[in-house]
Design a protein around this ligand. Structure first.
Ligand code: NDP
Ligand code: HSE
Length: 453
């Protein structure tokens, strides 16, 4: 589409693209550093300089990095929204409620918006994109998923002629950092989380990182773009990494696996009748055992990776820094350049924010989590008494769960009984674990982790 909001500004924007920045923490400061260090090359690519006009924060008096122009700081978001000279509002403050109000207000005033806020997009993306389309402005969000990896652009533009069959990835840097440090350095969960926070990887509330909520938001966004379907965070069964112990990491290694925080979205053909197949989406966020020689097993620290399977393309992996100030700032500023290019030619909406036109998004049924089939890693802590292994094996067998490998670890009671199952239905494994937990010699609830190939 050409015309409308951008067209009236073509004369002005040749002088500069004017930006209002909301939030100047890890990512906002990274944006200012990048704009300072790359100003010349950005202007050469864009044809106009990027000009930060206002910066809104929570506390304008607090200490800031030397790249932050203090004269632009204020707590007055309204003044930024009312500034008719600002072309693009960049939201990097986080949270859903207030950020949503500000983004909505910016779009309503005909300002383009760039955001890194996956929680906001996952919760309110449908409403905000619809509003942006109605107001003939762009809403871009490359940094919202996998930090510096250009995964949104790939799904939106590079794969426009393909159909995505499946996506599997590590999309939360903090949880990958924690598990990697526990594995490679023997760090405690708490120490590794503290390091991730100090490095600027974690959310303001890191609960979302470790309980899978952040990855769930990102998967909802990715699945919408990949499958052209409206996907809500509530559609994604989500488990965090909080229950993974150093023992689980060690036992998984003995079976030839590494534990990684995965997000999975794939199309499954469900046979509704022998003649007719109906497609469903299998969506999951959980830690998983991946083979030691797989690509995802080798992704360390805060690095993210997304393995895409395209019907025509086949397999393709994108990997890189998934969090942190500069990789994330790079994605935000690349979006600003894209919007700036649109502004300079008086265009908007050339590439739909969600890859598919809003009026063509589908509703695809979600597969029941209980129907998922995989191998499972199971660990249960038991009093080492005669008959306990037989009792566990008996319960698994009765529930159609077959054991592939099993060992007992430890000499002091309780000991760990660790098993790898053959492929089994999740519903059957859940039923079996409930019965195992109730056995006389079992001392605590069993750990179950899916195996992903
Ligand atoms: P920070 O907590 O470091 O920074 C938040 C900034 O927003 C601060 O400058 C804060 O002001 C300001 N702010 C918070 N609330 C308000 C408010 N109500 N009104 C005005 N300003 C406010 O967060 P990050 O920079 O780490 O993250 C920002 C966004 O980017 C989040 O949505 C996050 O999910 C996303 N993101 C972060 C990545 C990362 O690696 N950190 C990677 C990808 C996305 P003050 O400085 O005064 O406290
Ligand atoms: N807290 C997020 C993470 C930031 O650790 O991946 C990047 O979205």
């Amino acid at each position: 589409m050409v015309g409308c909001a951008g067209a009236a500004r073509v004369g002005d924007v040749a002088q500069s693209i004017r930006i209002g920045l909301i939030g100047c923490g890890v990512v906002g400061t990274g944006i200012l550093r990048l704009l300072r260090d790359h100003a010349g090359s950005i202007e050469s690519r864009l044809g106009a300089p990027l000009d930060i006009r206002r910066i809104v924060v929570r506390d304008a008096s607090s200490a800031r990095d030397e790249v932050v122009p203090r004269n632009l700081l204020s707590t007055d978001a309204q003044a930024l929204l009312d500034d008719s000279e600002i072309d693009i509002v960049v939201e990097v403050m986080g949270g859903v409620s207030r950020a949503g109000e500000l983004v909505r207000a910016a779009l309503e005033r005909g300002k383009h918006v760039v955001t890194a806020n996956k929680a906001l997009l996952a919760e309110q993306g449908d409403e905000l994109v619809t509003l942006a389309e109605a107001r003939s402005v762009d809403l871009y969000f490359e940094a919202a998923v996998a930090g510096g990896i250009p995964i949104i652009r790939v799904l939106r533009e590079a794969l426009a002629s393909d159909q995505v069959v499946a996506l599997r990835g590590i999309v939360n840097g903090t949880s990958n950092y924690i598990l990697s440090r526990m594995q490679s350095e023997g760090s405690s969960f708490e120490d590794a989380l503290r390091e991730a926070q100090a490095a600027g990887y974690a959310e303001a509330d890191p609960t979302l990182d470790v309980n899978g909520g952040d990855a769930c938001h990102k998967l909802a966004i990715l699945a919408t773009l990949a499958f052209g379907a409206r996907v809500q965070p509530t559609d994604v069964p989500t488990e965090g990494i909080e229950s993974i112990t150093a023992g689980d990491i060690e036992f998984a290694k003995r079976f030839g696996f590494v534990i990684k925080p995965l997000a999975v979205a794939r199309q499954v053909l469900g046979a509704s009748s022998p003649e007719q197949h109906s497609t469903k989406l299998d969506l999951r966020v959980h830690p998983a055992l991946v083979p030691q020689d797989s690509v995802l097993a080798s992704i360390p620290g805060a690095i993210n990776a997304v393995h895409i399977e395209g019907a025509m393309l086949g397999p393709c992996v994108l990997s890189g820094p998934g969090a942190g100030a500069l990789p994330t700032a790079m994605s935000v500023v690349s979006d600003i350049v894209d919007v700036g290019r649109n502004l300079l030619i008086g265009a908007h909406g050339r590439v739909p924010s969600r890859a598919f036109r809003g009026d063509r998004l589908k509703t695809i049924p979600i597969q029941d989590a209980g129907d998922h089939r995989s191998r499972f890693y199971l660990r249960t802590m038991v009093r080492d008494e005669p008959g306990v292994l037989a009792a566990i094996a008996n319960v698994l067998g009765k529930n159609h769960v077959s054991i592939e490998q099993m060992f007992q670890d430890g000499s002091d009671t309780p000991v760990a009984v660790v098993m790898l199952t053959h492929e089994a239905r999740e519903r059957d494994v859940t039923a079996a674990l409930k019965q195992i937990d109730a056995l006389a010699n079992v001392v605590s609830a069993a750990q179950a982790i899916r195996v992903e190939h």
